[in-house]
Design a protein around this ligand. Structure first.
Ligand SMILES: Nc1ncnc2c1ncn2[C@@H]1O[C@H](COP(=O)(O)O)[C@@H](OP(=O)(O)O)[C@H]1O
Ligand SMILES: [Mg+2]
Length: 374
């Protein structure tokens, strides 16, 4: 098959994510400033605009579908200047012609001018407040995954997935700062001039494979090509977060020793890590919990990446070897950590993960047990 299996869901998701990444790219180029949320994490006007764009496109086509998305509009209600800037970005993104932006000449956009008023933008953002669950279907969105990377001028991703009965079945991920191939060097951190060819767009359909094309339709690689993980070979490489607080880099170093990995880890922000291993740039993505593993991973931080890797021949589990369960609400509350490797290498990698955790006295994470009380 030379393109992903077609569906209205896929066309809508591509349209939504492509438009959203137009808004994020424009903010990225301008050196974004940020607000700090209650959980102390940053949010930018790019996050708000991207969430409004995706939610309004989804809502126009699938008004019955619920959405679990990261942001909420409360900060915009108090800040008219910021709200005006977000609305302008949303308007520009929604008004772009379909064929020019997504190449989908036959797809008929359903949204209207009204979707780009201040009130409609805030309503669209708050459509993302669904609590999730294991029945029926819903969408999950991270409008800018890797916001800290976005602010530093590193990698980030716009990540959308459809979840049915607790499992991702369709994924669309834009990585505007990730070149289409690893042969083109990634921009240096802080370089805001953009990537030749406009970054990469990834798509996965459950049972239908994983695909990539350039985000920029005038680039040489504007049509979808299937991608697959690198088969298990003599030497493995791994990637991890840039942010030391998001996973245990010390445990990863121990795991690397056990697997006789000598190459240093590739550090990268966002689900661009899943995309990179899915297309064979590297072999293993490790996200081991810090401390006792109290942090609950968010479903929007993993849904599209998980499907992309699974459809590219990978296996994605937590540190105890369990599948990620996207049907438990807004977080992956039954899972601790994430281990991604080719199907043929996963067992060996997981064994090293579990050995390293046991050695550190955190074997309860490897056994899927709660931390012992002091
Ligand atoms: N203590 C923690 N442990 C694991 N992930 C965390 C964390 N604190 C924040 N995160 C998540 O890590 C994501 C970024 O991952 P990465 O380090 O791979 O770039 C953030 O997504 P956002 O940037 O969308 O907020 C956030 O949801
Ligand atoms: Mg995120």
């Amino acid at each position: 098959m030379s393109h992903p299996p077609a569906s209205v869901e896929l066309s809508t998701a591509i349209s939504a994510v492509s438009r959203a990444s137009l808004a994020t790219s424009s903010v990225f180029r301008s050196i974004p400033s940020s607000l700090t949320k209650e959980d102390k994490s940053p949010v930018t006007l790019g996050d708000f605009a991207a969430q409004a764009v995706v939610n309004s496109v989804l809502h126009a086509h699938f008004s019955q579908d619920k959405i679990v998305a990261e942001e909420e509009a409360s900060a915009l209600k108090e800040n008219g200047e910021l709200r005006g800037k977000v609305t302008a970005l949303v308007k520009e993104a929604l008004q772009r012609d379909e064929a020019g932006l997504t190449g989908q000449k036959d797809f008929k956009p359903q949204w209207t001018e009204k979707a780009a008023s201040d009130e409609a933008v805030m309503e669209s953002i708050d459509l993302g407040s669904y609590s999730g669950g294991s029945s029926g279907r819903f969408w999950t969105l991270d409008p800018i995954d890797g916001t800290k990377g976005f602010l530093r001028g590193g990698q980030y991703a716009v990540c959308l997935a459809l979840v049915e009965s607790g499992k991702p079945t369709l994924a669309v991920m834009a990585c505007p700062n990730l070149p289409f191939t690893k042969d083109v060097p990634k921009p240096q951190e802080g370089d805001r001039s953009g990537v030749d060819g406009g970054g990469s767009l990834f798509v996965a359909v459950k049972g239908g494979g994983a695909w990539q094309r350039s985000l920029n339709l005038s680039a040489a690689s504007a049509s979808f090509q299937p991608i697959s993980m690198r088969p298990r070979d003599a030497s493995l490489t791994f990637c991890e977060s840039v942010e030391a607080g998001h996973s245990s880099q010390g445990t990863n170093a121990e795991i690397a020793k056990l697997l006789t990995i000598t190459a240093p880890p590739v550090r990268m922000d966002s689900q661009a890590k899943y995309a990179s291993v899915a297309r064979g740039d590297g072999d293993v993505y490790l996200r081991l919990p810090t401390g006792k593993g109290e942090y609950q991973e968010k479903i929007w931080d993993h849904a599209s990446g998980q499907l992309l890797c699974e459809e590219a021949g990978g296996k994605v589990t937590d540190c105890s070897g369990k599948d990620l369960d996207f049907g438990q609400g807004r977080t992956l509350k039954l899972n601790k950590g994430v281990v991604v490797a080719h199907r043929d290498a996963h067992e060996e990698v997981l064994k090293a993960v579990q050995e390293a955790l046991e050695k550190e006295g955190r074997g309860y994470l490897a056994r899927g047990e709660p931390a012992p009380a002091l």
